[in-house]
Design a protein. Sequence first.
Length: 51
Amino acid sequence: MHRNFEPRRKICPVCQRPFTWRRKWAASWDDVKYCSRRCRGLRNQGKRKSP
């Protein structure tokens, strides 16, 4: 890993948490919008409730 390496990050529109690039998203990183399956499922219900 390079010393000045800055991982690519996005903010989940549902939970407002940052998430970073993963190898499984390499081919579709531009299309990834949600940090998890849970947030993708809750996308139409507004923001996720915090415990």
